[in-house]
Ligand binder design. Sequence first.
Ligand SMILES: CC(=O)/C=C/C=C(C)/C=C/C1=C(C)CCCC1(C)C
Ligand SMILES: CC(/C=C/C=O)=C\C=C\C=O
Ligand SMILES: [Fe+2]
Length: 602
Amino acid sequence: MSPAMLQASSLCVSAALSGAASRPGRLASQGHQGKRAVAQPLAASAVTEAAPPAPVVAPPARPVDAPRRRGGRGGGGGGGELVAWKSVRQERWEGALEVDGELPLWLDGTYLRNGPGLWNLGDYGFRHLFDGYATLVRVSFCGGRAVGAHRQIESEAYKAARAHGKVCYREFSEVPKPDNFLSYVGQLATLFSGSSLTDNSNTGVVMLGDGRVLCLTETIKGSIQVDPDTLDTVGKFQYTDKLGGLIHSAHPIVTDTEFWTLIPDLIRPGYVVARMDAGSNERQFVGRVDCRGGPAPGWVHSFPVTEHYVVVPEMPLRYCAKNLLRAEPTPLYKFEWHLESGSYMHVMCKASGKIVASVEVPPFVTFHFINAYEETDEEGRVTAIIADCCEHNANTAILDKLRLHNLRSSSGQDVLPDARYVHTRATRRRPAVNLLRYACTYARWMTGNTMCRVGRFRIPLDGSQFGELETALDPEEHGRGMDMCSINPAHVGREYRYAYACGARRPCNFPNTLTKVDLVERTAKNWHEEGSVPSEPFFVPRPGATEEDDGVAISMVSAKDGSGYALVLDGKTFEEVARAKFPYGLPYGLHCCWVPRNRNSK
Ligand SMILES: CC(=O)/C=C/C=C(C)/C=C/C1=C(C)CCCC1(C)C
Ligand SMILES: CC(/C=C/C=O)=C\C=C\C=O
Ligand SMILES: [Fe+2]
């Protein structure tokens, strides 16, 4: 058993044996080099100080400028105000969590969530949700008990910011301020080599087939291995191949045996599709898709695969080399909207790297593909690819809504653009229909009545030129909000029925519900607690389950009273099973993974 696994099981034992598990705010002390806890008070200047020695177990954190008050329903740290959009700096915190309800005994492992939880450097506040320094929160479940932990990821970008008290690398919207013209010219030069790009891995976290756990963002250098038990930053994940590239999709598709990724090519507009075997650090070139429109590839935050194919989306929201060079953010940050360039979906055969379909589709805006699968005829021949996404109704306004100023100032107002769950259908006779759809999309834009929906693409494999994009269920079912989706991992690339996501209860300025979507019945079940901000509900199947929704969905909630807790919902009924309460409030976070206790480890 590796030291990390030993530590994990001792955590389980200490949580199970210690009475601290039922006392909020009490910390299960877990020795680390025999040091005592060092307080990390969240003064606004905390991050600008020279790096202090890492504390063993820090006391409960307070967000920047939050009052010190106790109590509140959600757990310790309540009685204040919503912490979701405030920096909560924890260099190393760990403690037993008070549990309300009954945690299933089969839930045995670690839920890990990554996200940009630190948006302040001294007096300086970052602009955008996606700028924050990477923050890992974990809850380890064992024997009906829960132990929480919280740490910053030690990226070069974060360490440099702490040491110098300023942004030193190019983040999503933040750029280091040059001291003079010469240093500006120097910065431009480093942009081309990629050395000025951030490695702040604040987006996703995945467990590779060999048990290694990686935090990821859109820069390739921002692939960082972490220890899921201690949350230690193990080091950079070095890709040992010669594929190059500076950016990639933040959401590789990871299975027990492989890892698929997309590498956009900004010089010769297109995408490289690559795969890596579990246990390896070497990506292999599979094939290339040339863009059909526009001066640059479309943003590929994520993409889906089926059993035999990789789906490569080409959105009209495209990377923009000029915007990459700018010191001040543009309305669409590093991107540009090129409606005239068209929108396309490409399908590549995993085995041969050949493109088997490339269709034009109505314009769309998505961060997150949910899943894809192959549609077959009676003879078992694959006739089309179905690909689902959280679609923001071809409206780029969502990027602006995720500015911290908007998230902090417009709560209570109904300013979240609508989203939907959509699919596409492709035939040769569609141009007129598509034109009509574009017109409808823009009519909705003009009236401000846009929709956020589950978008379903249908991409036929019969040589048709056009694909369709349809709304998979009435967006009113999930309040016209839809993002941050997970599904049963056994259904990745295969037909599926259920998706778990964040939806909306209007009025709101950000998704504020958890929603279970049933794509067969075209209905949704919703969980909501007034004023709370829940993050991605991550589905964990029950070991041995045969039904798709037999398991739990785990989310972390930043509650209205300033508290924070992990919420466990029943995968079938979507009723609350239990909540494990942190003794302080949690910042919002993005994506999650599940690390079973008996994982392989390297
Ligand atoms: C958190 C999230 O969802 C997205 C994060 C995206 C990031 C950090 C993108 C960063 C980028 C750069 C630092 C330079 C190159 C362009 C781009 C990929 C947008
Ligand atoms: C949180 C989010 C969108 C919410 C809108 O409805 C998008 C996050 C993207 C990055 O992972
Ligand atoms: Fe994402």
